[in-house]
Design a protein around this ligand. Structure first.
Ligand code: FPP
Length: 248
């Protein structure tokens, strides 16, 4: 089992925890280039950060953690970098899946994934199957994921149901729509974190983050620590969420 740093976790008020945290893990390339390293070294360092943050999420008993690993737009990166990232995902799953399973993590992949190599798709399926009955953190890896793409795929699924006569257009509600999203059955995003100083949503969880609180940091992803993750959660606990209602 992953050990916990009780002192660190004690900073979080359990009654004010977000249920679902999403992270845009940005700045791997910049972290590497200021050190005279290849971008790939930044991605490798980013995997270590991911492991530490997942461990913290497990120890905090967070309900859901979603990370943006590869966007539908990331195919435009140089082929060498895309290839490196694909190998990194495979190595990560190969190396970490049993440990995640022992820690009751339930992994899921959001996005298309069918353009990944057959070997990576098989490993993804094996990892999902291995952990499918786990009841701990819902760990969503967004891979070949785009929020607009997810909304289009969802619309297509509903259109097919309407076409077959199973559903009428008027029956389509927010709930029916959510039930067809990649995140079906999971709570909406409460807190979205983005590292490395960029202030954009970059096509991540557009539907699910409708009422998310945002937390931005200049820290690059490889330098992001469990301490800073906890800072974000503590700050979230101080926010006054109104979901569109008036302030007073
Ligand atoms: C953004 O940094 C990062 C990515 C596009 C890849 C994220 C991948 C990891 C953190 C690797 C681990 C993931 C898994 C699931 C094993 P960037 O390259 O855009 O950095 P830059 O903006 O500084 O160029």
């Amino acid at each position: 089992m992953w050990e916990s740093d009780g002192g660190l976790l004690a900073r979080v008020d359990k009654n004010k925890m977000p249920r679902h945290v999403a992270i845009i893990m940005d700045g791997n390339g910049r972290w590497a280039s200021v050190r005279g390293l290849l971008r790939s070294a930044g991605h490798t360092a980013g995997v270590k950060t991911l492991k530490n943050i997942l461990k913290t999420a497990v120890n905090l008993k967070l309900e859901a953690l979603t990370v943006y690993a590869f966007s539908t737009e990331n195919w435009k990166r140089p082929p060498g970098e895309v290839d490196f990232l694909m190998h990194l995902f495979s190595d990560y799953l190969e190396r970490e899946k049993l440990e995640m399973h022992e820690n009751n993590v339930r992994i899921k992949f959001l996005g298309r994934t069918e353009d990944f190599s057959p070997a990576l798709q098989k490993l993804i399926q094996e990892s999902v199957d291995l952990m499918k009955n786990n009841t701990g953190v819902k760990f969503n890896v967004a891979a070949d994921y785009g929020g607009q793409d997810e909304i289009i795929r969802t619309t297509q699924k509903l259109a097919r149901r309407v076409q077959s006569g199973e559903l009428s257009p008027e029956e389509i509600s927010a709930q029916i729509f959510e039930n067809e999203l990649d995140t079906a059955g999971q709570p909406p995003v409460d807190l979205m974190i983005r590292t490395s100083g960029e202030l954009r949503v970059s096509n991540f969880l557009l539907w699910q983050a409708a009422y998310a609180e945002f937390w931005f940091t200049e820290t690059t992803w490889p330098e992001f620590t469990p301490e800073e993750f906890i800072d974000a959660l503590v700050d979230f606990g101080k926010r006054n969420r109104r979901f569109g209602a008036s302030a007073v």
